[in-house]
Design a protein around this ligand. Structure first.
Ligand code: SF4
Length: 258
């Protein structure tokens, strides 16, 4: 099993499957992982294997790294489509997340006016007013919901706290649909328990969540490379097309990455 840790605060730009030319920002440790989920498919590996480094970058370090990358970007790969907060864990856990977002928006306006600012988040911190405010201020808040069932989320995403889909739906109300829903579809098995969030029962319940939260865009995708849990299986593009179809019929914008 190979995992990817981003050993820089600002990395890339890289060509992202879903976001185009993306300049990544990692607010987590450079040589470790910090997340309050422990997803079976996390490209950064399992939490237990990422504890060696706990040091978070400071606001000043993030600012300086961003200025250097934005100012010196040579455009050979193309112009930056998005500045994306992702990295080695959950970006909203950084204690200065909202301040860093403010600075990033200012730097974007100075150096890369056309770039979007995106945040990939598991949504665990949106009940914190400063985090919610920061997520509302960026162009793309991309929020993960992998199942409508707490039991399945506990199997696949393994939150380290008492996760409640109902609470998350309630907390999402303040976004008034101004966010992107991101869902990973996969199959596998853990300790003899089958995992499949693409069954009819799962997908129908997930549709009901979509109808409640009404995201302006939906990204569905499947595993792309090795995962910390071996043996996870992709869901085919054909099946994801079928999953997307009724939502597209209702006018939702749905993108698929297989
Ligand atoms: S929420 Fe994201 S960073 Fe955290 S474990 Fe899951 S995939 Fe990894």
């Amino acid at each position: 099993m190979s995992t990817i840790l981003f050993n820089e605060i600002v990395f890339g730009p890289i060509k992202s499957r879903r976001l185009g030319i993306s300049l990544g920002v990692n607010l987590l440790p450079l040589h470790g992982k910090w997340c309050n989920f422990d997803c079976l498919y996390c490209e950064c590996g399992f939490n237990k294997d990422g504890k060696a480094d706990k040091k978070l970058p400071t606001v000043q370090e993030v600012k300086e790294s961003l200025i250097l990358k934005l100012r010196d970007h040579d455009h050979t790969i193309g112009k930056i489509d998005t500045i994306t907060f992702s990295g080695n864990g959950e970006p909203t856990l950084h204690p200065n997340f909202s301040e860093i977002i403010k600075i990033t928006l200012e730097l974007r306006d100075m150096y890369a006016k056309e770039a979007k600012v995106s945040v990939l988040t598991n949504g665990s911190m949106i009940d914190k007013p400063l985090v919610a405010e920061a997520l509302l201020s960026v162009d793309n808040s991309i929020i993960k919901i992998d199942s409508a069932f707490n039991k399945t989320v506990n199997l696949i995403d393994r939150p380290l706290y008492n996760y409640s889909i109902d609470k998350l739906i309630e907390n999402l109300k303040i976004f008034k649909g101004e966010f992107v829903l991101q869902t990973m579809f996969l199959r596998g098995e853990l300790d003899g328990v089958a995992i499949d969030n693409s069954t009819q029962e799962e997908v129908e319940a997930w549709y009901r969540v979509v109808e409640k939260i009404e995201p302006r865009e939906i990204m569905i995708y499947t595993i792309d490379r090795e995962t910390p849990l071996e043996g996870l299986k992709k869901v085919s593009v054909e099946q994801m097309e079928k999953i997307a179809h009724p939502l597209r019929e209702k006018g939702y914008k749905v993108s698929i990455s297989g």
